[in-house]
Design a protein around this ligand. Structure first.
Ligand code: NI
Length: 129
């Protein structure tokens, strides 16, 4: 199986959101639940100005490929500014977060070594109480 996806080809797919991650929205591009693909999955996410993908971890390793904007990456407590063109490797179970304090949307692809996004259990490292 070989196929090509892009944001235009999933224009009829609703953006996904969660109140856990304000100002963050995403779409699925390569995912067993959508394409019958396996082994790897990929989606595209945006962190809008002021948005916050708060501190979390998950068992699978993850890669980000930044396509536009800039944001503050939290690397288990150490902060680093990342921007378009950067790629980020996140080891499984490492706490990480993305915060966009700019006035431009931050966009990135994520890649997981899982058949589907739903196989990734997001565990929060933030106390919401
Ligand atoms: Ni993650």
């Amino acid at each position: 199986m070989i196929f090509v996806k892009n944001l235009a080809s999933v224009s009829d797919q609703e953006w996904s959101t969660t109140e856990k991650y304000p100002g963050v929205r995403w779409k699925f591009l390569v995912d067993a639940d959508f394409n019958g693909s396996k082994g790897l999955s990929c989606g595209f996410a945006e962190v809008l100005p002021g948005g916050n993908l708060t501190l979390h971890h998950h068992a699978p390793d993850e890669i980000y490929v930044v396509t536009h904007g800039s944001a503050t990456l939290n690397k288990s407590g150490e902060l680093e500014e990342i921007k378009k063109g950067d790629v980020v490797y996140i080891q499984g179970d490492a706490s990480h977060a993305l915060k966009n304090d700019s006035n431009e949307t931050f966009g990135f692809y994520w890649i997981f070594p899982t058949d589907r996004f739903k196989d990734v259990e997001y565990l929060s490292d933030v106390d919401h109480n």
